[in-house]
Ligand binder design. Structure first.
Ligand SMILES: [Zn+2]
Length: 259
């Protein structure tokens, strides 16, 4: 599946068992988000005859960063990474970016790129919001779900998801893993009466049966079906009535760990 906006194309490169490395290109030049596997990226660049201009890292986990050194060495391109003291970034001499920063890419001057700070999965997690439309959310927001809390607190993750929720509803979201179908199955245990969720289960199953990605997703669909963005709505359901959204979020994340 490919997504086109203005003159760019955004392509998911499958890697490992369920990662997507997102390739952004204009037919000549390319950016890669979270290249956990350099071979996968090199092969995609070669097939499309593209030059790699920059590497964008959302957080320090190996399945997002392990291919960066080899790609950087081959293409002599900059690496952008969160402003933290992770060894992975130091070895890459990465350009550190933080919430509120704007970066510019030489061959993609028309594309704005703003950094969002989204701690929770890791403390240093950031997202790249490109062209006021495309959000590369790493391991924070998934289709119908959210990332595990490896380093941050539930309050941090909840606040990060709320930051995403303030973006325009048309925002296209590009998570780093294909977890949608399993997340939907979990979400249906929380909101069995949600008709859009039922439809989404059908749509996701159909895509996966054809070995197609369920991603990107968009914020409108997530607001309607992702329980981690729906804690206020869920607080009106009989099972959770009267509880605070953050308390519900904490319980949902904990239940999802065992699902
Ligand atoms: Zn991760």
């Amino acid at each position: 599946m490919q997504e086109t906006s203005a003159s760019i194309e955004i392509v998911p490169l499958p890697a490992f068992s369920d990662n997507y490395l997102w390739l952004i290109h204009d037919g000549k030049h390319a950016l890669i988000v979270d290249p956990g596997d350099a071979e996968v990226v090199e092969s995609a660049l070669k097939t499309r005859n593209l030059q790699l201009d920059a590497i964008l890292l959302t957080h320090h986990h190996a399945d997002h960063t392990d291919g960066a050194a080899s790609l950087q060495q081959h293409w002599q391109c900059p690496v952008y990474a969160p402003d933290s003291d992770q060894k992975a970034y130091e070895a890459l001499q990465a350009r550190r970016v933080k919430a509120g920063d704007h970066i510019e890419f030489e061959h993609f001057r028309a594309l704005s790129c703003e950094i969002l700070g989204l701690p929770g999965h890791t403390l240093d997690h950031i997202a790249y919001y490109i062209g006021h439309r495309h959000l590369f959310s790493g391991d924070v927001l998934f289709g119908a779900g959210c990332g595990r809390l490896f380093e941050g607190t539930p309050s941090q993750m909840y606040a990060s998801l709320q930051t995403i929720a303030t973006l325009p509803e048309e925002t296209l979201i590009y998570p780093a893993h294909e977890y949608t179908a399993h997340n939907i199955a979990f979400a249906r245990t929380i909101e069995p009466g949600n008709a859009q969720l039922k439809q989404r289960a059908h749509d996701a199953a159909s895509l996966r049966a054809q070995h197609l990605p369920t991603l990107p997703t968009d914020l409108r669909l997530e607001l309607a079906t992702n329980p981690f963005l729906r804690c206020e709505e869920i607080s009106r359901h009989p099972e959770f009535k009267g509880r605070h959204a953050i308390d519900i979020f904490t319980e949902l994340r904990s239940r999802r760990n065992d699902f």
